[in-house]
Design a protein around this ligand. Structure first.
Ligand SMILES: [Zn+2]
Length: 281
């Protein structure tokens, strides 16, 4: 059993504030430790459940949060950016199950820790054929297009409910309950590590016995649209190949299949960072 883990940071145990996930702040090392704990719990659970290989893709910000010598030494690590497939780099059709550890709810979700989609400030909404998606839904559809089911999602209670809607057969672990975007009631970390380990084990067993549903990709053409906070980001995003500008704030890519649309959307999102300017009024 070949297991893929996409590891984000905002949804890991004990993390509630932006400073916990931003390198160079006073509590980044705290957040980094919690991320290692949750990812290591998922790796251990995957091997408990019968995994023969585990690949972890660091999916947060610089994508250099996880350190190989602090990870379970049975797992391989993709570290660093930029990566053509971003948070899903390394996922292949040969993987038996994908696990999303430390994920967070989409931008605009009420009572959701550090809710955002891809960018913390710039992107109001990402949508697939008009349906709003967060990183979870955007990435889960790529797994589906590659024929890989999502078996595990960990994060706050809002992330768990987003998972229940998007990938209903995946196991979820709620590691904290949000009060607002920057605060939450956190479960004890020993308890969440045990819960993540158990759920990862079950996810691999579920994958082996075929009880996980693989998310079907959209049947016809796929449009992934992005609605930006301000027009400068839309202008910059529209500079990437294949990106259309639909209106002042909205850009989109359209392709015949989800994999191509996803790849183009990574370019669209990345290009928008070129729209930053020192003037903010
Ligand atoms: Zn994220």
């Amino acid at each position: 059993m070949d297991v893929f883990i996409s590891a984000d940071m905002e949804g890991v145990s004990g993390v509630t504030a932006a400073a916990d996930v931003v390198r160079g702040t006073d509590s980044y090392e705290y957040g980094q430790g919690r991320m290692h704990d949750d990812v290591n719990a998922a790796i251990a659970g995957a091997f408990d459940g019968g995994a023969t290989r585990v690949l972890v893709n660091d999916s947060h910000s610089s994508m250099r949060n996880l350190e190989a010598d602090r990870l379970d030494d049975r797992a391989a690590l993709i570290r660093g950016s930029t990566k053509p497939r971003s948070m899903m780099q390394g996922l292949e059709p040969t993987h038996d199950v994908a696990c999303f550890v430390g994920y967070h709810a989409m931008a605009g979700t009420p009572e959701a820790v550090l809710n955002h989609t891809f960018y913390g400030h710039e992107l109001i909404e990402l949508a697939v054929n008009g349906t709003p998606v967060g990183e979870l839904g955007w990435n889960a559809r790529l797994a589906g297009a590659l024929g890989v089911p999502v078996g595990l999602v960990t994060g706050d209670q809002a992330t768990a409910s987003e998972a229940d809607t998007t990938v209903p057969t995946a196991r979820t672990v709620t590691v904290k309950t949000a009060a607002d975007r920057f605060s939450a009631r956190c479960r004890p970390v020993a308890e969440t590590a045990a819960a993540i380990r158990d759920a990862a084990e079950t996810a691999v067993i579920d994958a082996a016995d075929g009880s996980l549903e693989t998310l079907a990709p959209p049947p016809d053409s796929v449009t992934i649209s992005a609605k930006w906070v301000t027009t400068n980001y839309a202008l910059a995003a529209a500079g990437a190949p294949g990106v259309d500008r639909l209106d002042g704030r909205t850009t989109a890519v359209t392709a015949e299949d989800y994999q191509t649309a996803f790849d183009d959307s990574v370019g669209m999102l990345r290009a928008a960072s070129g729209g930053a300017n020192e003037y903010f009024g």
